[in-house]
Design a protein around this ligand. Structure first.
Ligand code: ATP
Ligand code: MG
Length: 576
């Protein structure tokens, strides 16, 4: 491709609204343009990278036995009503009404559509298993679209759905997809981790997320320093290996704690460790009043609480609700004689006694609270966020935290959708069985953004060669010089004939300007044709990642270029 014929509007300045590096660089390098909030046009250069990424994904899925389909973007409401998600999904679902007053939505995901497809056509065990995927545009009316391609409203996703005869089959498929995902992210040249994850609104039995490690990631993951354990904070279990403490607990008594509505203030005042003060967090879970008790030095994790309660909706109680339920102002609620339906305590509270809690009375706390004796507990559960240095739940070594960008997610769905939508088949014995499903997503645009978050410097993007929009930039330093232009043309033809994806910068511009553009867009290899080199019989090449420059002999260019290219790919841990 000749740059003189290409559409590449680059920008010198950073776009004002871009908060993260990938957003800034995608816009500046002329890869995307914003149409409106969370909605982007992919320009030729951006689309090329997206397509290369999608191609690798498709190759690996095809290899794993998946088949490509393309489903509609507009989906009828009645399918979503069948699964109950028309109500459940909330405002991320963009709803539409057509001229016949029929309700539809723009697909944020395709479980309903694909389950409907399968239930109509699949009736026998002989037709199973089957695994279908698509690369398609999704719409989610995200509350806060941001970070460019990272969290948009309209975005390209690869979504796959598997259908198996039984749990064992579904687990095999899940493992195959896990392996296919691992190969995909390896081929993209990214530093990633697969982590145990919460299954969220889609539900189902278990799931893994694939995280690209990057400082700007929105997710924090806990990774064991010793074993392979890695999990999302929602899923990372906090374990407590301490033996049960034998301390005894005196009768509980109120103490006056004027104006002390934070843990720290109460701890200082009563000269206790914050750990000995129980925070009583009040929530409304599907209309029921719930209290969650956690140690004063820990953070409650709402996802863990929601999962324990099996709740669809979990809301922090309003100040009015707190006052009504605890009969005290905010900051003085406690579990003893608290009028809520369910009181659950974090497991860290199960080993000790003699706690300090709110007294359900303005300006008072209770001392010497024993949860077993004084509180009507529904039970203990793992409710708090794991902390760095907490023991790994698998091997007890210390965990550390990393920031990650979720680029892929795989779920074991079980019969969640096949049950509500009656997707069944007849097994070998002629018995009717529910199809066991799995679903598997990859955010294609987010993946390109994540690659940039992980690989860039002050000059621009440093693309892994497998997904760079062009693998090589061929830069003619001075196109006014007839000899330089003629040689550059010759090498352009040669590189093309070698099957190299090359962008020929044949513009009549200053060398500095051309180098800047090439560095900005992050082509992993640069081939530089200039008068000086020609005089010496060499062509200069530059590895964008390392910045290393070398000179390749002109008379043996093809072979020496292949050799150098091989080294560049190897430097990325990739096969060319
Ligand atoms: P998140 O927690 O980031 O909102 P999610 O759990 O809603 O993600 P899934 O429903 O599992 O995401 O979607 C599959 C993949 O699609 C995600 O792993 C992510 O890479 C991508 N994705 C999800 N939402 C967006 C978005 N708003 N913009 C771009 N990509 C997205
Ligand atoms: Mg989401």
């Amino acid at each position: 491709m000749r740059l003189s014929n290409y559409y590449l509007p680059t920008l010198k300045e950073n776009p004002a609204e871009a908060e993260v590096v990938s957003h800034r660089l995608l816009v500046r390098a002329g890869m995307i343009r914003k149409l409106t909030s969370g909605i982007y046009t992919y320009l030729p250069l951006g689309l090329k990278s997206i397509n290369k990424t999608a191609d690798i994904i498709k190759q690996e899925l095809n290899r794993a036995g998946c088949l490509e389909v393309l489903m509609p973007m507009v989906q009828p409401a009645d399918l979503w009503q069948e699964t109950g998600r028309w109500e459940e999904y909330g405002k991320e679902l963009l709803r539409l009404r057509d001229r016949h007053a029929r309700d539809s939505c723009l697909g944020p995901t395709h479980e309903e559509v694909i389950t409907d497809l399968i239930r109509r056509d699949v009736h026998s065990y002989r037709q199973l298993p089957v695994n279908l995927y698509q690369v398609q545009t999704k719409f989610r009316d995200e509350i806060r679209p941001r970070f460019g391609l990272m969290r948009c409203r309209e975005f390209i996703m690869k979504d796959a759905y598997s259908f198996d005869r039984d749990e064992a089959g579904a687990e095999r498929t899940y493992m195959q997809m896990f392996e296919a995902y691992t190969r995909i992210f390896q081929r993209l040249g990214l530093d990633f981790r697969s982590v145990q994850a919460d299954s969220g609104t889609i539900g189902g039995s278990f799931s893994h997320e694939f995280m690209v490690l990057a400082e700007t990631g929105e997710d924090t993951i806990a990774v064991c320093s010793k074993c392979t354990f890695a999990a999302n904070l929602e899923k990372a279990k906090v374990t407590d290996a301490r033996p049960k403490c034998r301390e005894t607990c005196a009768e509980s008594e109120p103490v006056k704690t004027p104006d002390m509505h934070t843990v720290q203030k109460v701890a200082d005042f009563l000269q206790a460790h914050p750990r000995k003060i129980i925070k009583t967090m009040l929530y409304e879970a599907d209309g029921k009043a719930v209290a969650a008790l956690v140690p004063g030095d820990r953070e409650l994790n709402e996802v863990k609480l929601k999962n324990y309660l099996n709740a669809v909706e979990l809301k922090l109680a309003s100040p009015e609700q707190v006052v009504a339920w605890s009969r005290a102002k905010v900051g003085f609620a406690g579990p003893k004689d608290l009028e809520v339906q369910t009181i659950v305590a974090d497991t860290l509270l199960s080993k000790e006694t003699d706690w300090i809690t709110g007294a359900n009375q303005d300006e008072y706390h209770l001392r010497h609270v024993d949860l077993k004796r004084d509180v009507r507990l529904a039970g203990y559960a793992d409710l708090v966020n794991i902390r760095e240095t907490d023991p790994c739940p698998d091997c007890a070594a210390a965990v550390s935290f990393y920031k990650g960008i979720e680029v892929g997610h795989i779920f074991k769905l079980g019969a969640k959708y096949s049950r509500s939508m009656q997707a069944t088949f007849l097994d070998e014995k002629g018995e009717e069985k529910e199809i066991i499903m799995g679903c598997y997503g990859i955010g294609v645009g987010r993946l390109v953004a994540a690659a940039i978050e992980q690989n860039h410097d002050e000059n621009g993007i440093i693309f892994p060669p497998s997904i760079a929009p062009f693998e090589t930039a061929l830069i003619a330093l001075n196109v006014q010089d007839q000899e330089v232009l003629a040689k550059a043309e010759e090498f352009y033809a040669l590189l093309e004939s070698m099957g190299i994806d090359v962008l020929f910068d044949d513009r009549d511009e200053r060398p500095g300007f051309k180098f800047k553009d090439a560095d900005l867009a992050g082509y992993p290899m640069q081939v530089i044709v200039g008068g000086k080199g020609l005089g010496k019989g060499v062509i200069e090449v530059k590895d964008r990642r390392t910045g290393d420059r070398s000179e390749l002999p002109m008379n043996d260019f093809a072979a020496s270029f292949q050799n150098w290219r091989h080294q560049v790919w190897q430097g990325w841990g990739l096969e060319d």
